[in-house]
Design a protein around this ligand. Structure first.
Ligand SMILES: Cc1cc2nc3c(=O)[nH]c(=O)nc-3n(C[C@H](O)[C@H](O)[C@H](O)COP(=O)(O)O)c2cc1C
Length: 317
């Protein structure tokens, strides 16, 4: 069972990113940048149904011992009532009393199954899922969603239904699914959303500096908190800097990113079989973690084909 820290004030949440923010990242991020006492909440990448059961790899991620040092909210993705119920039962059986429903994933294979952002186009299906939410009053649910599939005002189709539920919060990425992760953030819709949705609203989108958090908090006092994804991977000290009110210098940022990488690398070295798997897992991280290092050096890491050249390139940092 997860223990969550400070439950008051403006909430800071670490977004889920499949392939990046699994248990090792969350664990070492919390260890190095502090999480528990600061009340940061980490959301897991979505747990899904595969071959008629909750995917084992996803269940391993949320039940890993590495989760003991941070507050974790498992996220589930489902396109139908039966899938959703099975996931909730599986996750609850691990002792979690908080859960998040993904209604924003724009990835086509998921959307085609009616999952993630697919639910935004199907209020009937969502109504069935809402009934399942109601049937677990002991679980504190949140919803992470987009504005719509194509229309930025599509959320209005099920706003009333969302308002009938008991939710801890609704996390909004104010883009449509067709926009994927780029393009205009519809801040006019965010304003409307805050007015119409009766639950605490959390903003998610392109937060990359402590000033961005401050700006969004001041511009939208109605918000309950913010969730950062890619911005937190590029600048893992983002929340620590915001909380302390002190911006870190580049040397400190680099030192801590190296520590974070070391933790993750050593963990995966001990559990993955073979160099190829290890490289496949580690290299993509540099797309983000590399932001505070010279581009040329990061390129060298990403181009390495063997573990020895990978380690040598990282050591040069
Ligand atoms: C590679 C990748 C994987 C993602 N995986 C998930 C996921 O499992 N669940 C989810 O709700 N959102 C997922 N997202 C979306 C992020 O959580 C977040 O909503 C999005 O990146 C926008 O926030 P940002 O601008 O702070 O990154 C993913 C995004 C990316 C780029």
């Amino acid at each position: 069972m997860e223990i969550c820290g400070n439950d008051t004030g403006f909430k800071l949440m670490a977004a889920p990113l499949q392939g990046f923010t699994e248990a090792p990242f969350r664990h070492f991020h919390a260890e190095i940048y502090g999480s528990h006492s600061d009340g940061i909440t980490y959301y897991s990448p979505f747990v899904r149904i595969e071959k008629g059961e909750a995917r084992k790899r996803d269940i391993r991620d949320i039940s890993s011992k590495l989760n003991e040092n941070h507050c974790l909210v498992p996220q589930v993705i489902a396109g139908a009532e039966d899938e959703f119920r099975m996931l909730v039962e599986n996750v609850a059986a691990l002792g979690f009393d908080r859960m998040d429903l993904n209604m924003g994933c724009p990835f086509v294979p998921q959307v085609r199954k009616g999952r993630g952002a697919g639910l935004l186009g199907n209020p009937g299906r969502f109504a069935e899922i809402a009934d399942v939410i109601r049937s677990f009053p002991e679980i504190s649910f949140s919803i992470k969603m987009r504005l719509g599939i194509e229309r930025p005002d599509q959320w209005k189709d099920f706003c009333d239904l969302i308002n009938t539920l008991h939710l801890r919060c609704v996390i909004l990425h104010p883009r449509t699914a067709v926009q994927q992760y780029k393009g205009e953030l519809h801040m006019d819709q965010l304003k409307c959303f805050c007015e119409e949705i009766h639950h605490p609203v959390v903003f998610n989108g392109e937060i990359s500096s402590p000033d961005d958090i401050k700006r969004i908090h001041e511009g939208f006092p109605c918000l309950h908190g913010v969730m950062a994804g890619r911005g937190l991977l590029r600048r893992p000290s983002l929340f620590a800097e915001y909380i302390s009110g002190i911006c870190w210098d580049e040397d400190l940022m680099r030192e801590k990113v190296i520590d974070l990488h070391r933790g993750i690398f050593n963990y995966y070295s001990s559990v993955l079989c073979g160099d190829t798997q290890l490289l496949l897992k580690m290299k993509p991280l540099w797309e983000y973690l590399g932001s505070c290092f010279p581009k040329k050096q990061v390129k060298q890491i990403v181009k390495s084909h063997t573990i020895s050249s990978y380690i040598a390139s990282v050591e040069k940092l």
